[in-house]
Design a binder for this molecule. Structure first.
Ligand code: BGC
Length: 737
């Protein structure tokens, strides 16, 4: 008995001793900062260097000796990218990595619904988590400056307030899964032409008022754990190691405590990378690396950094700061307490993708109630679908956001399925784009040159259109290089493949023709006056066709609003009006300053084709009784403005009520309207609701360059309530003392 008791005592002793000895960094109940310091002091110089640069295309080393796992990043931002080979962009051919493709971020922005952003973040975060990725390379919040930017589809539009409000819930949703969001591309990556070298000249006001707010919101409100530096330069320095952007603004001013990740191959210099705020280097690739036995040791933050430390040319203070940030990232994600397990390709994610797509699709025009399409039991309708985008896979291509989707419902499939036995749905191509080499496929062959007879395709479609009861044209852009695609910009704003001609002829052949544009960018529509109905349907991922059919047939009452202005022509966009795109190869100057998108339209009194915030519904909304709670306020007060909105039509639906502020008299030129808030509300037929918005000093301020801070001026302000930037329905004014 005595022996037994002693054994138990020894066992308990060992148990407690070992429990106590558990290193702090492994103890998930300890505060992260304690864990970080504990791990840091256990690491050797070699281990520290190893964790701050890539070890493969998308991963960086952990600390195997200490049981600290590797970091695995993935694109982002529309779904979880397929697994690639260790050192390549090419798809590795796994069979368990087909994801749900969510709508492009332009569509998410077009929902103007922060709940949709939260749903998006949660869902894509779960997919990333299941796939054992702890860094999601997204979302992107670079501002829409020109419709030629090949990457606008990955961003959230032209307005800093909209992008800021949408980015925060996305980040939170992702990070709830123990997956870091990595907001990108910080900053000023607003064109793809010359993206690796172009230096952006911009005034501080435009930088602070237009181009930085969404990043700031990501950091200060979204508590984002990672930020990706951009490719371009600012103040002559690469954005991925840029003193002003990363050290002064991001880390000092905004107190960002996460990791700055370089864009892939965005690092160019060891000393700058050490001193100018870069924490992790990814994607660097030079010729000699192809044959080097240990290519990743050649990274700027690998051996070259190590050598500098060994020679005593640089200290280890910066290194420790970088490693602390990396460790923080690991403890927030891979080694977090109660980290969920995620889920992948689930029906819930399909539903989320569909819901977001349905809410983001924008009804641009609808004369004589052309839409929704009616189907009759007694008389089967002949619906002709025309256009390559009705059948083309659009989740593939476009660069780093290309996806291997579990499935993709095309518009044609969606329409056919929804119409069922009540219509004959047939297809004519009408136009075709040249085949391109499949992206990221090892040994993919250049497709053989084919001659595409656009005229013959057009004639065939027009003949079919004459006989149909109605036509649904589905065209626009695609993800091929030179369109909505990374690494190059569009050549112009017009539709490719002679689509304008085709649309014009279809409209002549059949008055009942609905035009659906799929794009991530504004396109010119010289036929817009003749088209009875126009829909912007974005790149909507796996559920694209179902969501579109839902809107076309009226199961869904459209509620999307444009997140950027559709000007009629290229020269109406401020960057182009000023001749400041794409720059001279070395520099590009944002001379239009803060006057981007609708801010420019208002200033120059240009009537766009479709304004920022525009989007119709199958019902109508009446705005009335705008009120302000105080007529005069002082700078530290807030003021509450409200407006009544009533559903005056015959269907339940959602409206996005937009609040713009106008500083009536100001010392410097200010936009006549600036979005400062919005709310999406659901109203039943006849229902009326009062919506209130609180406006404070920040909403009234502008960035004063001379003083380097935000200031607010005395005088009169107007609060404008609009259904779009071009359709202000009610206003109230108040004075600031
Ligand atoms: C893109 C990033 C992307 C990265 C990794 C780069 O070319 O600019 O947005 O996350 O590649 O694929």
């Amino acid at each position: 008995m005595k022996i037994k008791l002693t054994a138990v005592a020894v066992f308990i002793g060992i148990f407690f001793a070992s429990a106590q000895e558990k290193p702090v960094y492994l103890n998930v109940d300890k505060p992260i900062e304690e864990r970080v310091e504990d791990a840091l002091k256990r690491m050797t110089l070699e281990e520290k260097i190893a964790v701050i640069h890539a070890q493969s295309k998308f991963s960086s080393a952990g600390v195997p000796r200490l049981g600290i796992p590797e970091n695995w990043a993935t694109d982002g931002p529309h779904g979880i990218r397929a697994e690639v080979f260790w050192d390549e962009w090419n798809i590795a051919g796994w069979t368990n990595d087909s994801c749900i493709a969510f709508p492009a971020l332009t569509c998410l922005a077009a929902t103007w619904n922060t709940d949709m952003a939260a749903l998006y973040g949660k869902s894509i975060g779960e997919e990333a988590r299941y796939r054992n990725k702890n860094i999601l390379l997204g979302p992107g919040v670079n501002i829409y400056r020109t419709p030629l930017n090949g990457r606008n589809f990955e961003y959230m539009g032209e307005d800093p307030c909209l992008a800021s409000k949408m980015v925060v819930p996305y980040i939170k949703g992702v990070q709830e899964n123990g997956v870091a969001a990595c907001v990108k591309h910080f900053a000023l990556n607003n064109q793809e032409t010359d993206r690796y070298k172009v230096n952006v000249n911009i005034d501080d006001r435009a930088l602070n008022e237009i181009y930085l707010p969404a990043f700031k919101a990501a950091v200060k409100e979204g508590d984002v754990w990672a930020v990706m530096g951009a490719y371009n330069k600012y103040m002559g320095e690469q954005a991925s190691h840029n003193k002003v952007l990363l050290n002064d603004i991001l880390k000092k001013e905004w107190q960002f405590d996460g990791v700055v990740i370089s864009d892939w191959d965005g690092t160019h210099d060891t000393k700058q990378a050490i001193h100018n705020g870069l924490d992790m280097e990814f994607g660097t690739w030079r010729k000699e690396m192809e044959t080097a036995p240990k290519p990743y040791n050649l990274y700027y933050l690998a051996n070259p950094y190590y050598e500098l430390i060994k020679k005593g040319e640089v200290g280890t203070e910066e290194l420790d700061d970088k490693v602390r940030r990396v460790l923080r990232l690991v403890f927030r994600t891979n080694m977090a307490k109660d980290r969920p397990f995620g889920s992948f390709g689930s029906p819930e994610h399909s539903q989320a993708a569909r819901k977001i797509a349905e809410e983001g699709i924008v009804l641009l025009k609808n004369k004589k109630s052309t839409l929704p399409i009616s189907l009759y039991k007694k008389k089967k309708r002949n619906i002709l679908v025309v256009g390559e985008n009705a059948v083309k896979r659009l989740t593939v291509g476009g660069g780093s956001s290309s996806l291997k989707a579990k499935y993709e419902i095309s518009p044609f499939d969606g329409i056919k399925k929804r119409a069922g036995s009540l219509a004959n749905v047939t297809y004519a191509a009408g136009y075709k784009s040249p085949a391109v080499k499949e992206q990221d496929v090892r040994d993919a062959k250049e497709p053989e040159k084919e001659t595409i007879d656009l005229k013959a395709l057009r004639n065939e479609a027009v003949r079919a259109a004459q006989k149909a009861d109605m036509v649904v044209f589905v065209g626009g852009l695609n993800k091929n290089s030179g369109q909505d695609c990374e690494d190059s910009d569009r050549a112009n704003i017009t539709l490719p493949y002679e689509q304008d001609l085709l649309i014009k002829e279809l409209l002549k052949a059949n008055k009942n023709t609905v035009v659906v544009i799929i794009s991530g960018n504004a396109v010119a529509m010289p036929w817009a006056d003749d088209a009875p109905a126009i829909v912007e349907a974005w790149y909507n991922g796996s559920e694209a066709g179902n969501a579109l059919a839902g809107v076309l047939f009226g199961d869904v009452n459209p509620s999307g609003k444009l997140p950027f202005t559709f000007f009629k022509q290229l020269k109406d966009f401020s960057a182009h009006a000023m001749g400041e795109y794409p720059g001279n190869g070395t520099n590009v100057s944002y001379r239009e300053s803060v006057f981007v998108g609708y801010r420019w339209a208002n200033r120059m009194r240009i009537k766009p084709l479709f304004g920022f915030g525009h989007g119709l519904s199958y019902t109508t909304f009446k705005y009335s009784a705008a009120r302000v709670d105080k007529k005069t306020i002082s700078a530290n007060d807030s003021v509450t403005v409200s407006v009544k909105v009533k559903n005056t039509g015959y269907r339940a639906g959602q409206e996005v009520v937009q609040l713009y502020i106008n500083d009536v008299v100001s010392a410097i030129p200010r936009p006549r309207q600036e979005l400062k808030g919005f709310q999406k509300i659901y109203l039943k037929v006849g229902e009326e609701k009062t919506l209130s918005f609180v406006i404070n000093k920040d909403d009234l301020s502008y960035y004063n360059e001379k003083h380097g801070k935000w200031i607010v001026e005395r005088g009169e302000f107007e609060a404008l309530f609009g259904s779009s930037s071009e359709d202000i329905r009610e206003k109230v004014s108040f004075k600031l003392k």
